[in-house]
Each structure stands twice: as C-alpha cells, then as structure tokens.
Design a protein around this ligand. Structure first.
Ligand SMILES: [Zn+2]
Ligand SMILES: [Zn+2]
Length: 225
C-alpha cells in the first residue's frame, strides 16, 4: 500500500511510503505467521490441502473479531465524549444558576433599607449611619482608654464611672459639633448629603482624638497597642 501521484492511503498519507500502512502490512504478516503456528500446534495432522483453508477461516474470524472490537471502542469513545459534553453543560448551567442567584441576592441586599434610619436602597446600612455606628464604637473605646489612665484600676465601680463620664462628655461634644455643622447650612439645604457629611466629620474628629490619646499614652508608658 504505497500510494503515489498525490493519492492518499487510508491514513490520508500523501505520496511516499506511509508508516501506518507499513505497520499494517507488518502486523498482518505477523498475525498470519502466528495463526499458522497455532494451527500447526493444534492440528498437527492436518493435510497440506486443508491447511490453507483453515488458515483463511481463522484469519477471517480474527478479522471479524477486530472489526467488532473497533466498533465497540468507537462506540465507547462516542459515549465518553457525550458524557463529557453533558457534564460540561451541567457545569455551565450550575455556574449560570449560581451567578443568577448571587446577582439576585445582591439586588435584594442593595434594596434593603438602612437598619438605623430607614433610608431606602441603603444595602442594610446607609453611609451616614455606618459612620454613626463607628463613632459610637469609638466613644465606648475612648471611655475605656480614659478609665485605664485615671480610674482606680482596683475599683470596678470607679472604672465604670470614669468610662461612663468620658463617654457622656464625648457624645455631648460630638452632638454639639454636629448640631453646629448642620445649623451652619442655609435653610432648605439640610439634605441627606449634609447629614452624611456631619457623620463623617464626627467620626474623623474622634479618630483624631484617639490618635492623640494613644500618642500621649505612649509617651507616658513608652508603649501602646
Ligand atoms: Zn497509509
Ligand atoms: Zn441610615
């Protein structure tokens, strides 16, 4: 099977000697020899006139088995490919479903009103109230820091009293500053933006206060944090 003149062999090899065809010829010869030896072994008394017939018969059987094998392998490969395609489709569908669910959850989350002030579409907590909460947390922290400096640390009631005192005084300061900031707005301009700005300012002022506290505490004890 040496195709020439641009013809292709069954392996789509063009011109020259096809390695696969060469292999096929080699395999056929080897098989023929093997089956001939088998017949020799199994039927030693077979006459010379019978031998070629038996050989051809066995070769045909062998060829039929190989064709069946090939068909089965091809079908298995096709089924495997179909299974893979199915799994890939299922994966894609699951990813799309998860993406859609996440998007829906995010839409719902964004639509949630602010827990603190009820502002619509605030993602559960509006920016101003977020700052307000952080400010309140800072005030609590400030009360505890102040108590470690000036309270009698062996006296829980004293610690509580100092902390409460500092909390009350800071809260009042912030409320005053916030009021002043809001009052400085021209009438009619007291909108949500300005209220939000007041919350941010309060938080910023408190953070600065905390930094000062830490610096002076560090100076006093040589370390903090
Ligand atoms: Zn070939
Ligand atoms: Zn809010």
């Amino acid at each position: 099977m040496t195709p020439g003149g641009g013809a292709t062999c069954r392996h789509f090899h063009i011109g020259g000697e096809c390695e696969n065809c060469g292999n096929v010829v080699h395999i056929r010869r080897a098989r023929r020899a093997k089956i001939a030896a088998q017949i020799e072994r199994e039927l030693p008394g077979l006459g010379d006139d019978e031998r070629p017939r038996v050989l051809e018969e066995r070769l045909r059987e062998q060829a039929a088995i190989e064709v069946e094998d090939q068909v089965r392998r091809r079908e298995q490969a096709r089924a495997e490919k179909a299974r893979h395609a199915e799994a890939r489709t299922a994966d894609q569908e699951r990813a799309e479903r998860e993406h859609a669910a996440a998007a829906a959850a995010e839409t719902v989350r964004q639509a949630l009103a602010c827990e603190d002030c009820g502002q619509q579409q605030a993602g559960g907590l509006c920016e101003a109230c977020g700052y307000q909460r952080r400010t309140e947390a800072l005030i609590v922290e400030a009360g505890m820091v102040a108590a470690t400096w000036s309270a009698d640390l062996a006296d829980q009631a004293d610690i509580d009293a100092v902390a409460a005192d500092v909390r009350a005084s800071l809260a009042a300061d912030i409320k005053r500053a916030r009021r002043a900031f809001l009052d400085s707005a021209p009438p009619g301009e007291l909108n949500a933006d300005r209220i939000g700005a007041a919350a941010v300012l309060a938080f910023g002022a408190l953070r600065m206060w905390r930094r000062r506290c830490r610096n002076s505490a560090a100076a006093r004890w040589g370390a903090w944090d």
